[in-house]
Design a protein around this ligand. Structure first.
Ligand SMILES: Nc1ncnc2c1ncn2[C@@H]1O[C@H](COP(=O)(O)OP(=O)(O)O)[C@@H](O)[C@H]1O
Ligand SMILES: CSC[C@H]1O[C@H](OP(=O)(O)O)[C@H](O)[C@@H]1O
Length: 402
């Protein structure tokens, strides 16, 4: 950490200036820190003509907690390298990294100011017809081309080593699979759902299934995951969307990325029971979300199957029956990890605005209880559900306010 020091806006400006031809007259630059994530500093460096770039710097601790939670700054390397790898495989939907500086744990990247963060847009009930198609393509390409179907055995093992990411994986291992199922001091439980949270701590049937999902997270290096594809890590506008913030990336189970995204759409679906009072407007938005979730899975699965059929390099894995079983397992994992994300975003340390911004605390509690219930069913029924609509029908979330 010799050359490392936390950037001031001036430092970030100089860093951007050193590594970019974009700006021209250096005296006309300005810079502001505006990060709102849980971990890092994010600066916008801009010239007087409106051209701008983003500087993201890892702090030696978790921003949301402070210096009492030290954290490796090597996460900036992981973030830069995952984004560069994913951009090669899916340039249209991955943010562009222009420069990475290991000593300063800083990344210079394109400014996506012509886009908006998906979470805020979905909370405002905005709809993007291309969302599922574009994200299915991002997931299918990044996950297939980093898997054993596309890489050689030695090539894949080299990659697994490059992206080990033990410290950030440990955060996920704790926050997703351990904390919500015990009375952990990191948990953040609203009073209205204390009873539901306590049930999780004694639900051994559920805990056994979560243990299986955690064991797979620890030991199934299927593909280079983004590792935290939630709706706050996706920028969107009417034409396109781009994924950012890949510092949790590592080689893990494919269903973890797909499930995280599905869960964040479901969290928005549930949040609108408390966010949108007008029932026909709410229903319209929720129908949109269900259609996008369904289409996300259908398009992801169909592209991944096509890639397996046409581009699998490993002879043994070309077997059609094996490939069919593989997709079934990815579907079950998707549901299971989606369930874990629903639960951890409700009772764990890191919440989502889709639920937390519901101003009426009783309504918010009802939505959170629905998230826990849906999460539990997704985890328990992941091997028997044929599709997402089947589960939502089962739980009667389409129409009833239960
Ligand atoms: N490339 C970018 N273009 C524009 N804004 C960005 C970009 N990257 C990050 N941001 C802004 O910074 C915020 C935090 O970034 P994020 O990568 O999520 O940080 P963290 O790793 O701390 O979660 C985002 O919500 C967004 O507002
Ligand atoms: C102490 S990290 C908590 C939480 O934050 C991360 O998300 P983000 O950096 O996008 O805000 C990740 O989801 C972690 O689980």
């Amino acid at each position: 950490m010799t050359d490392y020091r936390t950037f001031s806006p001036d430092d970030a400006m100089r860093f951007a200036d050193e590594h970019s031809e974009l700006f021209g007259d250096h005296s006309k630059l300005s810079c502001k820190e505006f990060g709102d994530g849980n971990l890092n500093l994010v600066f916008r460096v801009e010239n007087d003509k409106g051209s701008s770039l983003i500087v993201k710097q890892a702090l030696p601790y978790a921003r949301c907690v402070g210096e009492s939670w030290p954290l490796t700054i090597d996460r900036a390397r992981i973030e830069a390298e995952v984004l560069l790898a994913h951009r090669k495989l899916c340039p249209q939907h991955t943010v562009e990294v222009l420069h990475y500086d290991a000593a300063r744990a800083a990344i210079l990247m394109e400014d996506l100011k012509q886009y908006r963060i998906l979470r805020g847009e979905l909370i405002a009930a905005k709809q993007f017809p291309h969302l599922a198609t574009q994200l299915a393509s991002y997931l299918a390409n990044t996950l297939f081309y980093t898997s054993d179907f596309a890489l050689t055995g030695p090539g894949k093992k080299q990659q697994v080593g490059q992206f080990l990411n033990p410290e950030l994986c440990l955060i996920t291992e704790d926050l997703f699979f351990t904390d919500p199922y015990c009375n952990h001091e990191r948990n953040n439980i609203h009073a209205e759902i204390r009873a539901e949270a306590q049930q999780l701590w004694h639900d051994e049937t559920l805990q056994a299934e979560v243990a299986q999902l955690k064991a797979d997270f620890l030991s199934k290096p299927q593909a280079l995951l983004h590792g935290d594809v939630h709706s706050g890590s996706i920028f969107i506008n009417d034409e396109n969307c781009k994924v950012i913030d890949a510092e949790f990336g590592f080689y893990g189970p494919i269903g973890f990325d797909v499930g995280s995204l599905v869960a964040n759409l479901l969290l928005n679906y549930l949040g609108h029971f408390g966010l949108t009072a007008d029932s026909s407007r709410r229903q319209q938005h929720q129908d949109y979300l269900l259609q996008q979730i369904d289409s996300l899975w259908q398009q992801f699965a169909s592209q991944f199957k096509q890639l397996m059929a046409e581009e699998c390099k490993e002879p043994a894995l070309q077997n059609a029956l094996y490939q069919q079983r593989f997709m079934q397992q990815v579907w079950a994992d998707t549901l299971g990890y989606a369930g874990c994300e629903l639960i951890r975003r409700t009772v764990g340390l890191a919440h989502v605005a889709d639920l937390d911004s519901i101003s009426n605390s009783m309504l918010r509690g009802q939505c959170e209880a629905k998230a826990i219930k849906l999460g539990r069913e997704l985890i328990l029924q992941r091997h028997s559900l044929a599709n997402m609509a089947q589960l939502l029908t089962l739980l009667n979330y389409n129409t009833a306010e239960n």
